[in-house]
Design a protein around this ligand. Structure first.
Ligand SMILES: C[S@@+](CC[C@H](N)C(=O)[O-])C[C@H]1O[C@@H](n2cnc3c(N)ncnc32)[C@H](O)[C@@H]1O
Length: 409
């Protein structure tokens, strides 16, 4: 039996994962915010383990709970600590290949008394039964209803964390790493690498950006010194793409800390942009732009593979609030494009309310996107939009969910 002190090897990352799950499931924090609980762990591997445990619990929550309920006489309350510890135990055993004895030794010190005996008993029962998870996660009922006919495909895409996508600054240059390329300048590596250890990081040869997230800026093409406004720009993935494509970029965001990351990203990649910290609902440009990319703030449900907290945190109220903000931002941005100029509206949300329904309110002329403008394997919708979801390109490791619409002023 493991000692009760905090000196049990492997205990600190489990403690951090428990705190993260508490923050997400009880306080409604994002997984990224909750990740602060792991920041004090000195080893990268421990921080990564804490995040992996919390992520796998959130990804498989419905199925883990079904297993727990199958092995308890009285259902444990949803927010009871033994339930969360059991979720972590099962996620480690079934998803992270941690041997059961190591799971038990590092989980039981998180509990005391009766709950400790209960968790031990339930875990022993389930391991004895050789319990299994389904092929892909079961979505909470209300989420499955919302995603309707796309729910099954999205759930399949959700089953594994995403690979690591890099966007190369110079698409003609060799990246010095083995991977697959699904579009010019794109390189896909297996997940799990420590990003700052990869070749070319210090030299700023690339940045991390999901392939789907690269589509909005690709649709604006080469800039050749023309002026583009990257509206809602931080931490700057699209700013770097636009700057690398020769645009004269103004990058605006309301969030000072995120803008600090954008400036760090520009400095590491040796790319340039004018940066503005301002609320786009109040700011006015001095002159109109040749192009605007509005990568609007959104519920980010399209990032559910890497941020599975969105499945449990986001509901109709958040979606309606975001859609309202998006409509207002789109309306303002529409007035800042030169005649003949282009506006691209994008979100990393899977919700129609934040995509198709917001795009329908735009007063500019739709400029339908053709499949020929997109990387191989991508389609445009009948309305000339792009809509990706995590079930797509599954044979190559999937995609984030994105919506993109284009307009001409
Ligand atoms: C989807 S993220 C942008 C991601 C970024 N385009 C990239 O590629 O790295 C949305 C951004 O909108 C910003 N935002 C939210 N409300 C805003 C507002 N009223 N004015 C300006 N920026 C805002 C947030 O701070 C956040 O950085």
């Amino acid at each position: 039996m493991a000692p009760k002190t905090g000196k049990t090897p492997g205990l600190p990352p489990r403690r951090a994962a428990l705190k993260m799950l508490d923050a997400v499931l009880r306080r409604g924090d994002t997984l990224e915010q909750a990740g602060g609980a792991a920041n004090g762990l000195p080893a990268h591997s421990d921080r990564a383990l804490a995040r992996a445990i919390a992520s796998e619990v959130l990804r498989w929550l419905v199925d883990l709970d079904a297993l727990i309920d199958s092995a308890t006489k009285e259902p444990l309350p949803d927010d009871a600590k033994p339930r969360t510890v059991l979720r972590m135990m099962l996620a480690q055993w079934l998803r992270l290949d941690t041997p059961p004895h190591a799971v038990v030794a590092t989980a039981l010190p998180l509990l005391t008394g009766g709950p400790k005996r209960l968790a031990h008993g339930v875990f022993a029962t389930l391991t004895r039964q050789e319990a299994q998870l389904p092929d892909h996660p079961t979505l909470p009922v209300q989420v499955a209803e919302r995603w309707a006919d796309r729910a099954e495909a999205i759930a399949k895409g959700l089953a594994v964390p995403p690979p690591l996508d890099l966007m190369l600054k110079d698409s003609g240059a060799g990246p010095g790493m083995e991977g697959i390329s699904l579009a010019p300048g794109h390189l896909r590596l297996p997940r799990g690498a420590n990003v700052s250890d990869l070749p070319g990081y210090d030299g700023g040869d690339w940045w991390v950006q999901d392939l789907a997230a690269t589509l909005p800026a690709r649709l604006l093409g080469e800039g050749k010194g023309r002026r583009v406004l990257d509206l809602a720009a931080a931490p700057g993935g699209k700013t770097m793409q636009l700057a690398a494509a020769g645009w004269d970029v103004t990058a605006l965001d309301v969030h000072p800390t995120r803008m600090m990351r954008l400036r760090e990203n520009l400095s590491r990649t040796r790319l340039d942009a004018h940066t503005v910290i301002a609320d786009a609902l109040e700011w006015h440009p001095d002159a109109p732009f040749d192009a605007i990319l509005l990568d609007a703030p959104c519920t980010a449900t399209g990032t559910c593979r890497r941020h599975p907290d969105v499945i449990h945190r986001i509901g109709p109220r958040h979606i309606a609030e975001m859609a309202d903000l998006q409509r207002r931002l789109l309306e303002r941005a529409s007035g800042w494009v030169k005649p003949g100029g282009t506006l691209v509206y994008a979100t990393c949300s899977l919700e129609r309310e934040e995509g198709e329904e917001v795009a329908a309110t735009c007063t500019l002329t739709p400029s339908p996107i053709a499949a020929s403008e997109l990387p191989a394997g991508f389609q445009a919708t009948d309305a000339g939009h792009v809509r990706t979801d995590p079930g797509m390109l599954a044979e190559h490791g999937g995609l984030d969910g994105f919506f993109v619409a284009r307009f001409t002023a």
